[in-house]
Design a protein around this ligand. Sequence first.
Ligand SMILES: NC(=O)c1ccc[n+]([C@@H]2O[C@H](COP(=O)([O-])OP(=O)(O)OC[C@H]3O[C@@H](n4cnc5c(N)ncnc54)[C@H](O)[C@@H]3O)[C@@H](O)[C@H]2O)c1
Ligand SMILES: CC(C)[C@@H](O)CC[C@@H](C)[C@H]1CC[C@H]2[C@@H]3[C@H](O)C=C4C[C@@H](O)CC[C@]4(C)[C@H]3CC[C@]12C
Length: 369
Amino acid sequence: MADSAETRKLVYLVTGGCGFLGEHVVRMLLQREPRLYELRVFDLHLGPWLEELKTGPVQVTAIQGDVTQAHEVAAAVAGAHVVIHTAGLVDVFGRASPETIYEVNVQGTKNVIEACVQTGTRFLVYTSSMEVVGPNIKGHPFYRGNEDTPYEAIHRHPYPCSKAQAERLVLEANGRKVHGGLSLVTCALRPTGIYGEGHQIMRDFYHQGLRLGGRLFRAIPASVEHSRVYVGNVAWMHVLVAQELEQRAALMGGQVYFCYDESPYKSYEDFNMEFLGPCGLRLVDTRLLVPYWLLMLLATLNALLQWLLRPLLLYAPLLNPYTLAVANTTFTVSTNKAQRHFGYKPLFSWEDSRTRTIRWVQAVEGSAP
Ligand SMILES: NC(=O)c1ccc[n+]([C@@H]2O[C@H](COP(=O)([O-])OP(=O)(O)OC[C@H]3O[C@@H](n4cnc5c(N)ncnc54)[C@H](O)[C@@H]3O)[C@@H](O)[C@H]2O)c1
Ligand SMILES: CC(C)[C@@H](O)CC[C@@H](C)[C@H]1CC[C@H]2[C@@H]3[C@H](O)C=C4C[C@@H](O)CC[C@]4(C)[C@H]3CC[C@]12C
């Protein structure tokens, strides 16, 4: 579409816009939303890269703020046509307290919803998570499930509990009258494990492999499959949902959509090796040496150590009872609801997603051959 001033009239707000997913959403909006007049990027920690975005035709407004502070959220939301709410504490490693996770993920979402109602913003897209569904505390597999698949979603960990509560608040807010008398239209997107440029856990695994002489040790059977989704496709789905929400409010309002693409179903570790292998790491099968019961013991010891050391330092290893349980439980989605409801198709093929991620690991970690 030709760039003309009269088409540029929309104001978007992206909360968590400097995070792993948020940055991709911000960049995707600048590339794919021609009606954008102002893009507000709200985050606790603003990235220096925002400055480079201020030279284009869209007004990029960086807002350093805290979603737990209602007045800061209201000020950022006021005047926005669309809010994409990605801000959250993604913590399954025990870094933050359950109270803090609740404060950010649930109270922060309440603040965003109330700000939309008070200021008259009508469209809210929430970044939920697969973990709203599972895996549950019983370790039941979710095999090629979709948004309507029955599944006993029982959680105890603070993170999935907070995401489930926040998602419910967002969906229940659909249809509420906002300032000005029109209705709020909301929907929630549920990414599975996101990967791609900027994925900190991928970076952590790479560094762990380098420390272990180029080896990573398989802890989980290859038969335990996970769905993963490329960050660029998740960002694209957020942009597309926001674009279609007004025209298709009756169909999309109050709905949830899994984020999916052509990324293959693999175990979490095997999937990561699609990127870490070309960067020189290899996966060594040590399950005979380290049977599952020993892994559980090590995970439990990690949790105990974290609790004992907490007054002195933060000890938050990747392996704990929760991450082991999630890693060891099949969770795969197979759905086309997003395509049926708003014409979503992945923007990036599996090959493209894989190449981009490999290049990122090589470039960022200086591991290019
Ligand atoms: N990474 C995944 O695999 C994944 C999968 C499914 C869903 N999600 C969801 O996607 C969203 C983004 O996750 P991510 O992986 O990009 O995490 P991230 O930690 O990289 O990004 C989260 C952003 O939110 C910001 N933030 C945190 N607390 C804040 C507060 N109080 N006020 C304002 N900003 C705050 C952080 O500074 C950060 O920039 C989260 O809601 C997460 O639950 C992530
Ligand atoms: C140490 C081994 C057992 C190793 O295999 C552990 C991997 C573990 C750190 C990850 C396995 C599954 C991941 C989670 C999953 O991809 C989905 C998530 C939902 C999203 O909303 C946030 C991230 C996460 C919880 C993700 C976190 C890392 C894993 C637990």
